[in-house]
Design a protein around this ligand. Structure first.
Ligand SMILES: *Cc1c(COP(=O)(O)O)cnc(C)c1O
Ligand code: SF4
Length: 351
């Protein structure tokens, strides 16, 4: 049983304390006021829900969750908006295809402790929470038992087992915090976790895999940046943006706060049909990232997760896109095009 959590550790929506960030709304308020129904989101965007083919069963399986700040970056009246397509539960998700599975990357096979996965040498991935700041329809973990925000922190008891496993394996030099999204945890909880990780002598690096700075940029608080920058561990950030329209001014500012603190920031992108499967869209995205000192790290071939078949782009098309980008962008701004194959010792490089 996880220990009971004090209320102070749960996200709050009350007035922030005087030393809290000045950003209004605070990131917790963004989470509280997020869209949770397709109809509401469509109304906000002046789109007729009937026109886009909303799926109720899809939302039952994996609810819609979209913070308003992210929705404001969508184009009003455009049912094909590339940001909207990533988050709206549509009837195409109901199409079943035997190739698209509940656990496409074989994660259920690689647990080394509760909440700890290891596929690759030297680094282990900690699932610190099952909560995310946005629900992406193509997510390979969309069939995970996702929890509600009321349960944030409920996993703390399990962390101890994961940390014990890391401590007892001296070959692990890097821990990846993932989920879900580790940045839905409060600064207090993250600080607690970071301290526990710092106390494991053979750990050298910490990697934080998160989409939250893209979706709710105010989450990159001064407190968080300061704490991470002062860690004895080398801290690396890996954010997740798929389209240039996701990178508004506030997002670029929040990534800039990390970069200014000396924290390297990488980005990963999932190649998605109807979202970013053109060289123009990818060029704009990777240029914006490079301009913000964020390195385009990986372009992922879609994992074949049930409900996401309509997002798939053929690998041949992906390779051509990368070839075209190589003629336009500096080498460092062209990410490696990779695929996750169960049982392999590293991600497979496609181009
Ligand atoms: C992708 C992944 C990593 C990180 O791989 P890198 O190539 O080092 O970015 C680590 N663990 C798991 C389980 C992964 O899926
Ligand atoms: S933020 Fe990441 S883990 Fe969460 S739903 Fe989106 S892709 Fe999946």
């Amino acid at each position: 049983m996880p220990p009971p959590l004090s209320q102070s550790k749960l996200p709050r929506s009350e007035t922030p304390s005087p030393e809290a960030e000045v950003e209004i709304p605070t990131w917790q308020q963004e989470i509280k006021t997020a869209f949770r129904l397709a109809d509401e989101l469509c109304r906000f965007l002046n789109i007729d829900p009937a026109e886009v083919g909303i799926s109720v069963p899809a939302a039952k399986q994996f609810p819609l969750f979209v913070p308003r700040g992210f929705a404001r970056r969508m184009e009003s009246g455009n049912p094909d908006d590339p940001l909207l397509r990533q988050v709206l539960n549509v009837v195409q998700e109901e199409v079943s295809d035997a190739q698209f599975k509940v656990d496409p990357v074989g994660e259920s096979q690689v647990g080394i402790a509760p909440g700890l996965l290891q596929k690759y040498a030297g680094r282990a991935l900690m699932v610190v929470t099952g909560v995310c700041a946005v629900h992406c329809r193509y997510c390979f973990r969309r069939h995970f038992p996702y929890q509600s925000f009321q349960q944030i922190g409920a996993e703390v008891g399990r962390w101890q087992l994961a940390l014990d496993a890391v401590r007892s394996d001296e070959s692990i030099h890097e821990v990846l915090l993932s989920g879900g999204d580790p940045l839905v945890l409060t600064d207090d909880l993250l600080t607690e976790l970071l301290t526990m990780l710092e106390n494991i002598p053979h750990l050298k690096r910490l990697r934080i895999h998160t989409r939250t700075p893209i979706v709710i940029p105010s989450r990159v608080t001064k407190t968080l940046v300061k704490r991470l920058a002062s860690s004895r561990l080398a801290v690396w950030f890996v954010v997740h943006a798929n389209h240039g329209n996701e990178l508004g001014t506030e997002v670029l500012d929040s990534l800039g706060r990390l970069v200014a603190a000396g924290i390297p920031v990488l980005n990963q992108t999932v190649l998605l049909r109807g979202v970013n499967d053109s060289s123009e869209v990818l060029e704009e995205l990777f240029t914006k990232l490079a301009d913000a000192s964020v390195l385009p790290y990986y372009l992922h071939q879609l994992d074949r997760v049930a409900g996401a078949a309509h997002f798939e782009v053929p690998i041949e098309v992906g390779k051509q896109l990368i070839e075209q980008l190589r003629t336009k962008l500096p080498g460092y701004a062209v990410p490696r095009y990779v695929q996750e194959r169960p049982g392999e010792l590293a991600k497979t490089i496609l181009a």
